[in-house]
Design a protein around this ligand. Sequence first.
Ligand code: MBD
Ligand code: FE
Length: 281
Amino acid sequence: MTTEIHATAAASGANATERFRENKKATASSSQERVNLLASRIVKAINDTVLEEKVTYDEYNAFKAWLIEVGEDGEWPLFLDVWVEHSVEQVANENREGTKGSIEGPYYVPDSPRLQSPATLPMRENEQGTPLLFQGRITDLAGQPLPGATVEIWHADDEGFYSQFAPGLPEWNLRGAVVADGNGYYQINTMQPAPYQIPTDGSCGQLIAAAGWHAWRPAHLHLKVSAPGHQLITSQLYFQGDEHVSDDIASAVKPELVLDPTPRADGRGREVTYDFVLDPE
Ligand code: MBD
Ligand code: FE
């Protein structure tokens, strides 16, 4: 069992690293002045911590060993997305007027199957969990519908596993790009995701245990919503009643992003309506 879990964490880290390299190839280059500013501030923050907290050689060497392991485990995407991305997202979206954004996290895969609304996400015949009908409207800031808008959605299964980052799942399980109808409405049939626990046997898990933190993110749907002439928004939605909504290890919950699904009239799981509002380009 331990080996199985270890293999999962390692594979997940390696996949996330590989994905990042593929997706984010074309990064803008910063000026020498900007690199100097940012690198100097980060190095200074570390040195200030060492001096103020009187860090010992034992602690310095433990830190060095841990950093080496993060790389070996392929957990840099996980570490950065859990502990740093939320601030980057806050800065990036501070002037948005429409739907609130949230972090992308390490498990996005582009080019998922394109589906016309109303859609059912690819899932196994015996997919476990509570069915969820997720629906709503995509409009501009003035409330005008945006026909042809697309809702890209990806999320964990009922056990907290993401396809392509855990073994044994079909390639596009619980991933899809759903095209809204002519009135900007989308309807997505999926399965309620489970809360997500960060792999406990990798270097991030070690840090969490050593610091006495917890490893949980609340259950969440990941989304990228777009429409021609409008800014793409990357966001996440959560579920009321989940204890980790107020205690997300990735600090990525905002009150506007918490859903409260209701039981469906036909008794088949739950449903919830959430409208997206996109800022102009
Ligand atoms: C996730 O599913 C996630 O969304 C983030 C941000 C980090 C780790 C796992
Ligand atoms: Fe996630």
